[in-house]
Write a protein of this length. Sequence first.
Length: 263
Amino acid sequence: MADRAVVEVRGVSRTFRGPRGEMVALKDVNLTIGAGEFVTVVGPSGCGKSTLLNLIVGLIEPTQGELWYAGEPYRGINHDIGYVTQADNLFPWRTVLRNVTFGLEMRHIGTRKDRRRRALELLDQVGLQGFAGHYRHELSGGMRQRVNIVRTIAYNPKVILLDEPFGPLDVQNRLQLQDLLLRLWQSRPGTTVIFITHDLTEAIALGDRVVVMSARPGRVREVFPVTLPRPRDIYTIHTNQIFRSLYDKVWAHLAEEMRMTTS
């Protein structure tokens, strides 16, 4: 883990209250994430992974505990944090180019010409240079998610949260976007990524550490460092013996938590 903490989750619990009573989504979660680190989070369905991201970005507040950013406690929306969801959430009335410039416009970054140049450079990096004038309905699922990612990266957030961004994609598209995401992250030293996934292979292939959450109420059960060297070849990494050994070790913990959700 990087020495300098950027995101700290300190004793955080989150309870939701509804007509059927209370539901404890997270209980006493503690997690420290270093600047420039790529952390992946896995756990059984319903263990509070998405709730954790919503807390970190500030969409909801903890019932108990504190969130710290760059050494200071905070509440509410943190504008230094970008959020990429599973659904692409592209504006259907905006072109690809104008979707990418949206975050820059909202933050009043640069001139219109600067924003356009920045967006076109990013679209070129992700192989969409010929689609700047297209609309959402003219793009495949993989292309939409590329736009979704670069729309967030465009304004250079210091921390990027990704909530199962490749979940609905086929295997080929997933691998391509995993490789793309790693290259984009590595080209931005100091950028911190917190990435949720149901795919353990993906979690190990991408991460510096893999956080395993318990069954609900979600807690941090275990954190595994990933010692695989970088840069990584996403397409062949699963054949590495270090990968296989770590996969078996993490799976033993994850499988136990998954069994608890069905018992």
